[in-house]
Design a protein around this ligand. Structure first.
Ligand SMILES: Cc1cc2nc3c(=O)[nH]c(=O)nc-3n(C[C@H](O)[C@H](O)[C@H](O)COP(=O)(O)OP(=O)(O)OC[C@H]3O[C@@H](n4cnc5c(N)ncnc54)[C@H](O)[C@@H]3O)c2cc1C
Length: 433
């Protein structure tokens, strides 16, 4: 096989960003993806003229992915929801202001929530001690309903349904960003447009891209030596960035794995969700365009209200059930999501043009939570020279796709720094620069 300076395993957002950065720094890079297309969990599917992401995917202006896109000269086009959200409580949908000024929230609850919300944007997330989100919220708010609202806000922005484990500081940083005007962006024509831009940039920068290439082993003896593929081919290599879930990287290393990776796998807390996306001819309750469950772990969004996701004017909506770390019964989750749709958009069943139900999807293979011995896993793998990791789970404080993009960039920088150091000490051993 042709030889390269760096091989990147995994063509999701993390792998694509790492590949572009390395290629732009003049390295010869190969991006290896086992699926037939790039994008991982950021792909979109076209169904009956409507574009479906895997979930109600939104990105945040000023987040890591937005900054990296700007830096690479790429665009994230889309629309932002207004603050006119609604709450689902006791099987009823109410506009946020009506809810807050109703008897559902006590006088103390109203006061506490307003104070909490206004303070959110001003909090220095770095100064928050390493406590759980739950401890922090309970410290800040005493009213039970005001707490519920706060929990729903945090859950929606992170997909995490475990406030007793989630670290307060990084969660606050993300939610504080989302409270700024026009900060949440639903991407025009779906997240595939982001993947396509990254792909084009990677190809133009000289990255060799191989899809349908399933890596089965990273051969090493404390130093990376070789990559092996399911089709029997092999590739000699000095630097590998594994932009795959931690358990996959661990498996690729075989018995002679790395203690650090084993620890990252053991201590990871996966975030799962069941996601139902629908294209609907008509909405019976057009004002219900973003609904946060207060007594149910759900979030509904009519993405078409904010951006273009269909060719013929149908509305693309998504409802998600936050499943925490658990795998739940797919059929029961589907029925539950349908029942929630009955409350939010009564009569929706008659209007369906296309549907996509994805149970037990992994929104994140890990995130910032208590009990991670290494607060920031990766990018270097201490026991194996030449091996680096990326992926949203290797977060250093960022959230979801922001963590994926940031981790890809971090891994690329580490590889470049190490290569530069080698060149300084022993001259240039890189044949392929
Ligand atoms: C339902 C749902 C809703 C979400 N909503 C949001 C949202 O609103 N906002 C947000 O920011 N994020 C959201 N996310 C998360 C976001 O999609 C992910 O964080 C991001 O796409 C992860 O990118 P990644 O590159 O880390 O991993 P992935 O996209 O998983 O990429 C890993 C790639 O590695 C490949 N691979 C694995 N093993 C091998 C192998 N052996 N050989 C070769 N290739 C291999 C896989 O095929 C895959 O393409 C959501 C996710 C889901 C599932």
């Amino acid at each position: 096989m042709k030889q390269f300076d760096v091989a990147i395993i995994g063509g999701g957002i993390a792998g694509l960003v790492a590949a572009i950065d390395l290629a732009q720094a003049g390295k010869s890079v190969v991006l290896l993806e086992k699926a037939s297309q790039l994008g991982g969990r950021a792909i979109s599917a076209k169904k009956n003229g409507a574009i479906f992401d895997l979930g109600g995917h939104a990105t945040i202006r000023g987040g890591a992915m937005d900054e990296i896109f700007q830096d690479l000269g790429l665009r994230i086009d889309g629309g932002s929801p207004s603050a006119n959200i609604s709450f689902l409580w006791n099987n009823k949908v109410s506009h946020i202001f009506r809810f807050i000024f109703s008897r559902n929230l006590s006088w103390l609850g109203k006061k506490e929530f307003m104070k909490f919300y206004n303070a959110l944007t001003k909090i220095d997330a770095d100064s928050v001690p390493a406590i759980s989100l739950q401890s922090w919220i309970e410290q800040e708010i005493s009213d039970p309903m005001a707490r519920r609202i706060a929990y729903a806000m945090f859950r929606t922005s992170s997909y995490s349904h475990a406030p007793d484990h989630q670290m307060a500081g990084p969660a606050i940083r993300t939610v504080a960003r989302t409270t700024k005007k026009s900060s949440i962006v639903y991407v025009k024509d779906g997240w595939q447009t982001l993947v396509d831009q990254l792909y084009e940039k990677a190809a133009r920068s000289g990255v060799s891209i191989m899809t349908g290439k399933n890596v089965t082993e990273i051969e090493h003896d404390g130093v990376v030596r070789k990559i092996k593929f399911a089709d029997g081919q092999e590739m000699d290599i000095m630097y590998v960035i594994s932009a795959t879930p931690p358990a996959v990287t661990s498996r690729l290393l075989g018995d002679a794995g790395s203690k650090s990776i084993l620890r990252w796998v053991e201590q990871s807390r996966v975030i799962k969700a069941a996601s139902l996306t629908l294209s609907l001819k008509r909405l019976s309750a057009p004002d219900h365009f973003a609904v946060l469950g207060l007594d149910q772990p759900v979030y509904f969004v009519n993405q078409s209200k904010f951006t273009r996701l269909s060719e013929d004017g149908t509305s693309v909506v998504n409802i998600v059930k936050y499943n925490g770390t658990g795998g739940t019964d797919p059929k029961a989750d589907e029925r539950f999501l349908e029942q929630m749709m009955d409350l939010i958009q009564p009569g929706w069943q008659k209007e369906v043009v296309a549907r996509q139900y994805l149970p037990n999807m992994v929104a994140a293979y890990d995130y910032m939570h208590l009990g991670r011995e290494d607060r920031f896993p990766g990018p270097a793998v201490p026991e194996i020279a030449g091996l680096y990791v990326a992926g949203e789970w290797a977060t250093h404080g960022e959230n979801l796709a922001d963590a994926a993009a940031a981790s890809g960039r971090r891994a690329a920088r580490c590889v470049l720094e190490e290569m530069e150091q080698i060149v300084r000490v022993v001259g240039n051993p890189f044949r392929y620069e």
